[in-house]
Design a protein around this ligand. Structure first.
Ligand SMILES: Nc1nc2c(ncn2[C@@H]2O[C@H](COP(=O)(O)OP(=O)(O)OP(=O)(O)O)[C@@H](O)[C@H]2O)c(=O)[nH]1
Ligand SMILES: [Mg+2]
Ligand SMILES: [Zn+2]
Length: 307
């Protein structure tokens, strides 16, 4: 049978078959994907081939994994030379951000976008908790929209609590598998609950744990919104860390800098101190947002103060 992993706890995988039935699966044998050093062989979003193990119960054994269209990895906490696959085969990565309570920094947003670029996954920005913003806040959001949308990152401004902008949010997810990401407290679960009855039920179950001091949720999990729209919630994942990025390729992950490739005097220009740098010229001419350039520099120089 063929199915898709919708949840993984490390030793067990919840798999949904093509008739949308749920199976509890184990992995037999080992899978090694060439060139990938990861702690988990399978991840949410993976398509697998499995066999029924027990005639009476929905239990199976995973025999094979289909080639991935893409995947998103973060550095393993245990071993910095290894990665942990967060999800595979996703159509878009959606960052839920807030300007207040908590504040998502521009550095964090740009890091997220660079990560998505490096995995060649389209990215979308969603600013939640609009209801907490005053005129100045709303105006600032409008400025951010003018920075990000021309770069190819759609921006949505909404309020999960006031149920404002939920319809557009839902439309943006329509027909896709979306990875939801964002700092703790930005409202990922609240948003999910507003659009997915399945998620509402599950997060309700888990929130009882929250009061006991454990994480609200620990594993990435896929939820159905409707027949052909799914989202993956990634609780407790603070950051989609970058893996081994070379100095001279960082600019490739900034679309506005990528556009200027070949226009700097030196072909291996890092856009920091070199004379005749087209990127620096564009920053001076305000064609590239200063905040984006600052993010680029702090990522390149490994300075984490912008996060
Ligand atoms: N004012 C306001 N509060 C909101 C809004 N959306 C969510 N909240 C509140 O923000 C808090 C955190 O929301 P959650 O949905 O639990 O956040 P989360 O992103 O799932 O957090 P983690 O599960 O820890 O990653 C809750 O108290 C929500 O009620 C909003 O649009 N406006
Ligand atoms: Mg949550
Ligand atoms: Zn340059």
């Amino acid at each position: 049978m063929r199915g898709r992993i919708i949840k993984s706890t490390g030793s067990w995988y919840e798999v949904e078959d093509e008739k949308r039935q749920r199976w509890s699966c184990r992995l037999r044998g080992k899978f090694k994907i060439a060139g990938l050093k990861v702690t988990n062989p399978l991840a949410v979003g993976d398509w697998v081939i499995f066999e029924q193990e027990d005639k009476d119960e929905k239990q199976g054994v995973i025999k094979d994994i289909e080639p991935r269209e893409n995947y998103i990895i973060r550095r393993s906490i245990k071993n910095r030379h290894q990665g942990h696959i967060i999800a595979a085969n996703i159509d878009q990565a959606v960052l839920i951000a807030t300007l207040a309570m908590p504040r998502t920094s521009l550095g964090f947003i740009d890091r997220f976008l660079v990560t998505a670029e490096s995995f060649r996954i389209p990215a979308v920005l969603v600013f939640n908790k609009k209801d907490l913003l005053d005129e100045d806040g709303l105006q600032y959001l409008e400025q951010l929209r003018q920075v990000y949308e021309p770069l190819g990152y759609p921006c949505h401004v909404l309020s999960a609590q006031q149920e404002e902008g939920i319809k557009q949010f839902r439309e943006m997810l329509q027909g896709k598998l979306s990875l939801l990401s964002g700092h703790s407290g930005v409202g990922k679960s609240t948003l999910l609950n507003a659009i997915s009855p399945e998620a509402a039920q599950k997060t309700g179950e888990v929130s009882a744990f929250a009061s006991k001091g454990t994480h609200t949720t620990t594993f990435a999990e896929m939820f159905a919104i409707d027949e052909d729209s799914r989202v993956i919630d990634t609780p407790g994942i603070k950051e989609l860390g970058l893996i081994d990025m070379e100095e001279d390729t960082m600019g490739h992950y900034f679309p506005e800098m990528r556009e200027l490739i070949g226009e700097c005097r030196f072909h291996d220009c890092t856009h920091i101190h070199e004379p005749g740098c087209a990127v620096v010229e564009a920053v001076k001419a305000e064609e590239i947002a200063l905040s984006r350039y600052e993010s680029y520099m702090s990522m390149l120089l490994g300075d984490d103060s912008h996060r």
